[in-house]
Design a protein. Structure first.
Length: 123
């Protein structure tokens, strides 16, 4: 009798529990609270894989770049240029980040290389 009365609530609770466990909600929530913003960005966009956020961020800090630089991704991922773009800074067309480069171009001087990520200067 009690089961029939609360049948829909029990089914909802079971489905909700299954979704929480299968999607690692507890782990994701813990990571959201404990990890700093920069680590979460690398976790989402990748270091030198996927979008190459970590590589680009390291190079911007290392070379103290305060200009907008184009980010080109050789794979089927959208560019992350908008994550680093600021309308108050000028565009720099002398440098470029190339993520997942398939071949080297002769008109580029490679300043930094990590796995398949390149920070290059255009001649």
């Amino acid at each position: 009798m009690i089961v029939r009365k609360y049948k829909s609530q029990i089914i909802f609770f079971l489905i909700l529990t299954y979704l929480i466990i299968s999607k690692n909600t507890h782990y994701n929530f813990y990571g959201l609270i404990k990890k700093p913003y920069h680590e979460r960005q690398i976790w989402l966009y990748g270091d030198c894989d996927r979008h190459g956020f970590g590589f680009v961020k390291k190079m911007l800090i290392k070379y103290q770049i305060d200009e907008n630089i184009e980010v080109v991704n050789g794979r089927n991922y959208p560019s992350i240029s908008s994550l680093f773009y600021s309308p108050n800074r000028k565009n720099n067309n002398n440098y470029k980040f190339i993520i997942h480069a398939n071949k080297e171009e002769k008109e580029l001087d490679i300043l930094e290389n990590y796995e398949s990520c390149y920070f290059v200067k255009i001649r």
